[in-house]
Ligand binder design. Sequence first.
Ligand code: HEM
Length: 412
Amino acid sequence: MAEVIGTSDRVALGAFDGLPVLNVADLDADPHGMFRRYRAAYPFVGHQAGGYLILRHADIERLGNGSGTAASETAHPEMFGVTEGALFDLFEQGMLTANGAVHRRRRSPFSRSFAARTMADLRPQIRRSAEELIESWYADGRVEFVDQFAAQLPARVIGNLLGLPRADIPSFTNLVYSVTRFFSSSIVPDEIPELEAACRGLRDYVEKTLDDRRSAPRDDFLSDFLGKADAAGELSPLEIVFQIVQLIIGGTDTTRVAIVMQLALLLQHREQWDAVCRDPSLVPGAVAEAMRFEPSVASFVRVTTEDIELGGAVLPARQFIILSTMSAARDGDAYDRPDVFDIRRTDQPRLLPAFGAGAHRCIGEALARVELEESLAALAARLPHLRLDEAPVIKGHSGIRRVDSMRISWQP
Ligand code: HEM
């Protein structure tokens, strides 16, 4: 069996009897190919870092919805030998990995603020931010798109929502990009001290921002949340800090990668880009198809609470499971011609697997969709003739995926 980096009290790491164990090097080289090959023969396989990879669309929906599963609490950091510190607190104190009443207590203060109707009201403001960014480099006729647009828009949006100064964007986004590396199943133990330092930096930044708001409340989301949270007394000071940390993390890197990939995929399928430029009503379909074809979050995780029968095999209880949204999104049992990028497809499920499932389904989904749609609409309106000079390379097959650079140009 492959090397297992650590173990958790709550979760046994299975011996994967007789199952293939996918190793990180093979997944790095060809993730879609590996998923395609194994998905056809196995509902689940082992992962080199420990934990089972669930591959099929229907199984991911069922297990993600809580059937025989629970949120993973601190199993992920423990698997990598992290049992204290800011990274550990992120998992112990945040909503993402909490169960039952604890999860509801942590998530419910934000549910209304992030509801689809509230987010729709932000459309004009988000469109204006996208247009401002485009105008800031339009006259140059070329731009490195990842840093100058895709990274900026989500950071500005979540920063505006939380009332964070624009000048803080470079520092908090860099901390986020480091911390999100810890959500992957391919972390190398040597990387952990750097990621821990980044998580401490993010926690300290949020703590200081909250202290400032307590001493000088404003008419904004954060002051309102703090006033209510302090009055209700249901969240500990550390829980308050880590819910905001999770919103900043969730709202920054995931959307950055998705903004890059949707533009790159459209430009690589030029006739579909041209169609979006001619007909903006194609924008929501293009966003959904890009999220399916190359999701920015490749997986989400759970633990099994009982033995589960899947496709004729038994997934044992008390196991760490990685639900591969990346594999689900190319499952031929769920999609017609799954390896074809087609913004007009009619078999898109109402709930895209890329946003997770059940009680933990992404709280920022409505916000992310507005950001993705408004940024694409703004780019298509202003830059219909743009050229893709350097395509981004997307890497990663679990947790949040990574992109390098992307260069585009146009005739101003
Ligand atoms: C394209 C963009 C995004 C993608 C692909 C994405 C994906 C996900 C996924 C897969 C999960 C885990 C769901 C599960 O375990 O079932 C999640 C949870 C979460 N996301 Fe997002 N997300 C995105 C944008 C955002 C934004 C903009 C925010 C912030 C406002 C955000 C905040 C969160 C939070 C706080 C959770 C934890 C929810 C809970 O456990 O109750 N995400 N997201």
